[in-house]
Ligand binder design. Structure first.
Ligand code: GTP
Ligand code: MG
Length: 474
């Protein structure tokens, strides 16, 4: 985790930010093209030294590709045939001059070109340093920088959408608005601290309370949106649980659309836990098919049952399966005890066969949970089941409205929680007529939390922790 930080403190301090950095920005290994990126005031002079244009052209046109060769000045030999682009500050990723050299994508070639660039005075970039410069130079705020990481790591369409939403800077804009309003309130309070003989006018006081209330409510909604965002980013684990032969492995296969698990009519077929990730409307769900729970017949099954129970205990979510063609028995009831208190969806399987369990009875047993009738064999009710899983995890439809904003980062949630607590304290203070100094303190603390969120008052330590998560070259 800490790889980048020690070198960052020894090699570079913030005052040296203007030095020129370079890195290979494409992944290691062979590829069609590979890019060496340079950022800083020496980017253009370095490019001029190393690049020999095919056409007789003595200058670079900004933001345009030029075709030519990278030359090793010492030997005079061409290293690679390249496309090079100079992007003059400020319309660039870092707001500094940027040069990108698009080489052939071989590791050695790229390494060689990078070496030549470094020889001309550029410094090797640290992880995330290009993005860090974009932040330090005011092109993006801290939440947008973090969105870049999320974007790179996005595994589903929805997590991509959430990252893009954050990259658009909505959080920054909302925080700026909240802060502006809080600063106004603070100014009014501080004016009255300076002139204690004057009381705040009741109308102004009412307005302030009203406004604070609105802010607290808004912040609350963002905080609760975090749980949704987290689900899309990190996914959830879900154990399929049920007695033997109810069709757990069949369901896993149907959901995955492949014959992943062995299915047989013999009870006790599955022994070990089988795990696969399924995308349910944008949520990465780690599905676990487990051994059917019953009194084990041998030591292998006994171990399987132990593992199944362990997974149930650890999983975020449970898919309880019942066999609709067999009456509920003691094995089922044992399982009901096992999953008490778990978030779940109940699937009553084998609805292609005559029903021996009434769905009404099952609903009465699990009044809080969705009960879905399916057939894993005939592939019916599976979409309803997926929908039920989705809605029991996500309470609002996050996909339908781009305006529905999601906080997807624990750091943001923590800062918002602090701001909410400070504002609630301030609100309480106003209602109880506490000293204005106390209220001013709480509002100032809230402002600090919001400033930290967008990076205005973030410490070097916080910044390092964020940018260390990037790869080199981003
Ligand atoms: N008719 C019918 N049969 C099904 C259905 N789902 C599964 N089966 C059959 O039920 C038997 C058991 O299915 P499995 O998927 O192996 O059941 P399981 O719950 O994984 O069983 P264990 O691994 O032994 O705990 C197989 O013969 C399946 O073909 C269904 O919806 N309808
Ligand atoms: Mg099975």
């Amino acid at each position: 985790m800490n790889r980048g930080s020690s070198s960052s403190s020894s090699r570079r301090t913030p005052s040296k930010e203007e030095e020129t950095i370079a890195a290979i920005s494409t992944p290691f290994g062979e590829s069609g093209i590979g890019i060496v990126r340079i950022s800083g005031s020496s980017a253009e002079p370095i490019a001029r030294k190393l690049f020999k244009p095919k056409k007789d052209q003595s200058y670079f046109i900004s933001h345009r590709f030029h075709y030519g060769e990278i030359i090793d000045i010492q030997s005079g030999k061409a290293v690679d045939e390249v496309l090079i682009v100079l992007m003059k500050s400020p319309k660039t990723y870092t707001r500094e001059d940027i040069v990108e050299i698009h080489c052939h994508g071989g590791y050695f070639v790229l390494q060689k070109v990078l070496e030549l660039v470094l020889k001309e005075g550029a410094q090797m970039a640290l992880p995330g340093e290009f993005t860090k410069r974009a932040f330090l130079n005011g092109r993006i705020d801290l939440t947008q920088a973090e969105a870049v990481i999320d974007l790179i790591r996005a595994k589903t369409q929805t997590s991509l959408e959430i990252a893009n939403q954050q990259l658009s800077g909505w959080l920054y804009r909302e925080m700026a608005e909240l802060k502006a309003r809080l600063i106004e309130h603070l100014a009014l309070i501080e004016a009255h601290i300076d002139f204690p003989e004057e009381e705040i006018e009741p109308i102004a006081l009412d307005e302030m309370k009203q406004d604070l209330k609105g802010m607290i409510q808004k912040i609350r909604e963002w905080i609760s949106s975090y749980e949704e965002g987290k689900i899309f980013r990190e996914g959830i684990s879900c154990a399929i649980i049920g007695k033997t032969n109810v069709g757990k492995s069949s369901l896993l296969n149907v959901l995955l659309k492949e014959e992943r698990a062995i299915v047989t009519p013999i009870p006790g077929t599955t022994r070990d836990v089988i795990e696969e990730v399924l995308n349910i409307y944008g949520i990465p769900v780690r599905l676990m098919d487990t051994a059917g729970l019953r009194k084990p017949v041998d030591s292998i099954e006994q171990e399987g049952v132990r593992r199944a129970k362990e997974r149930v205990a650890d999983s975020d979510f449970v898919l309880l399966m019942l066999d609709g063609n067999r009456a509920l028995d003691d094995d089922d009831k044992e399982i009901f005890k096992e999953i008490k208190g778990k978030k779940k969806v109940v699937a009553v399987n084998k609805n292609d066969l005559p029903l021996e369990i009434s769905l009404e009875d099952v609903k009465r047993l699990f009044p809080e949970d969705p009960v879905i009738s399916i057939s894993a064999l005939k592939n019916t009710g599976i979409d309803d089941l997926k929908q039920a899983i989705y809605t029991s995890l996500v309470h609002r439809d996050v996909r339908s409205t781009p305006e529905h904003l999601i906080v997807a980062n624990i750091r943001h949630k923590t800062a918002l929680t602090r701001a909410r607590d400070n504002l609630s304290n301030a609100m309480k203070g106003l209602e109880e007529g506490t000293s204005l100094e106390f209220i001013a303190f709480e509002i100032r603390s809230a402002l600090e939390a919001l400033g930290e969120l967008v990076g205005e008052t973030a410490t070097e330590d916080i910044l390092n922790r964020i940018f260390e998560q990037f790869c080199i070259g981003k």
